[in-house]
Design a protein around this ligand. Structure first.
Ligand SMILES: C[S@@+](CC[C@H](N)C(=O)[O-])C[C@H]1O[C@@H](n2cnc3c(N)ncnc32)[C@H](O)[C@@H]1O
Length: 301
């Protein structure tokens, strides 16, 4: 269900994931903590960029972090060890073949993973299967359609569109942020709430200029230069102009905006059998007794 991972696994991409996480810690994590003793599945942990924050913010919860990439897992282990955290266990596992029993976890956390999957709905089904009733799932995704900047540039817009197109060709969806609500709702989760988290960057926020506009977003678009040119999506000159214009938006008088979508939902508890019988709507009862009356010849038209 996972095709070629569009960002790849090279060193610059691993650094980009760390920069992304560092610049977004408060925005994405400030309202996520897990209770003491909770068992939490982090699906698609990558190099551990979110794992370190998850584990540090919930020191008395136990985090099980999985990924399909062994090299990423090794880096994630190093990052967690370097942070002195002891409440994380790493497993090499695929979301579509989870090696856990039904209803193992109290909570599930997934960040920047659905965008790479051919079947994000199927992934949510599998994650729901291993989540306990009453437990929460947290899903965080970006949406490249939410990116805008000043000065405006058609070249930059087209370079961003190259990333969207290449990710789609690899079976993913760089516009999945807008689908977090419908995906969670159609997977049968209850109490679905999605909050958009906008990153707004201007000259007064130099840490975000470096950490987000340059090292996270523009570095990601720059990373698809070769495949975009190979696919004939843009000429080299136009693509390079687009990247230059994104860096221009990172100047002191430039502006860059991007929105992430954080969804939190619950796996509903099953109703006890008697309760569901007691909840037969009144009009159903009426229809039943009307049908009974007809059968017994008691109803007259
Ligand atoms: C963009 S990275 C995000 C990593 C991390 N969650 C973060 O926010 O930095 C996506 C990760 O999902 C992993 N992944 C993709 N498909 C997967 C699958 N089917 N099962 C488990 N992990 C998967 C990739 O190997 C990659 O490490």
């Amino acid at each position: 269900m996972t095709r070629a991972y569009v960002h790849g696994y090279d060193a610059s991409e691993q650094q980009r994931l760390q920069d992304q996480a560092a610049s977004l810690v408060d925005l994405l994590h400030s309202d996520t903590t897990y209770e003491a003793g909770a068992l939490v599945l982090e699906a698609g942990c990558g190099v551990g960029a979110q794992t370190v924050t998850l584990a540090a913010n919930s020191p008395h919860a136990r985090i099980v972090s999985i990924d399909v990439s062994q090299p990423s897992l090794a880096q994630a282990r190093d990052a967690v060890d370097a942070a002195g955290l002891t409440n994380v266990e790493f497993r090499h596992a695929d979301i579509f073949a989870l090696p856990f029993a039904k209803e193992t976890f109290d909570h599930v956390f997934v960040c920047f993973v659905l965008e790479h999957l051919v079947d994000p709905a199927g992934a949510l089904e599998r994650l729901k299967h291993v989540l306990k009733p009453g437990g929460a799932i947290t899903v965080i995704e970006g949406d490249h359609g939410s990116a805008y900047h000043f000065p405006r540039s058609d070249f930059a817009r087209r370079a961003i569109a190259c990333q969207v197109e290449l990710q789609a060709r690899a079976g993913g969806n760089a516009l999945v942020g807008r689908e977090v609500y419908p995906l969670l709702a159609s997977a049968g989760f209850a109490d679905v709430r999605v909050s958009p988290r906008m990153v707004y960057v201007d000259g007064s926020r130099p840490h975000l200029i470096e950490g987000f506009t340059k090292k996270t977003f523009t570095a990601m678009i720059e990373g698809v230069r070769e495949p975009a040119l190979d696919a004939g999506l843009m000429t080299a000159a136009d693509f390079d102009r687009g990247i230059a214009d994104l860096y221009r938006a990172a100047a002191d008088d430039g502006v860059f905006c991007y929105t992430f979508f954080k969804g939190v939902a619950r796996k509903a508890r099953a109703l006890p059998p008697d309760f569901s019988r007691a909840c037969v709507p009144a009009d159903t009862e009426e229809k039943k007794s009307f049908a009974d009356l007809q059968r017994s010849g008691g109803a007259q038209n």
